[in-house]
Design a binder for this molecule. Sequence first.
Ligand code: S3P
Length: 181
Amino acid sequence: MTPDTRTRKLVCLTGFMGSGKSTIARLLASQLGWPNVDLDKRIVEAAGLSIPEIFARQGEPEFRRLEHEQLERIVAEFAETQKPRIVSLGGGTIMQPQNFALLRDHGAILIWLRCPVEELLHRCAQITDRPLFRDAASFRRLYEERLPTYQMADYCVDSDAEPARVVEQILALGIFSQVTA
Ligand code: S3P
């Protein structure tokens, strides 16, 4: 399906942990002069706790509830202002059907940052703030489980490259030239 990009100015980056969503969203937004919203950061600000703290003290279901609540806010802000924005989602956000439906209902464009699992493992092994990164086997399993959902995104861009190169690929999709801010 080709999204109608003239009326869809809510562009969301999805992809597994370590695929570069926050970094790419920041760079892309600054090149476009659009605001950048980071869903994980919104959750941390709202909860007053880090993501590992939310998982450890309140559990994953509470994290998912907060994630949905903050996504609803982001979407409501967009619906109210109709101002374009780049949103970096969490790796599990679109796995919740209600989140996927919410984004679809508001005409969001979903871009999947695809990256080979071995590269993701390499990147995430060096970072300790991901509660869902336990060991290589469960990481690979979760990746496989999630692939079919990521494949439902409107666009796919390979993100096992330098961030600037990934941004170039996203700009080359041609979806921004048709968007009127
Ligand atoms: C999660 C990914 C994390 C964060 C939370 C859950 C997931 O975001 O939202 O730890 O379910 O994959 P990143 O994808 O930015 O690491």
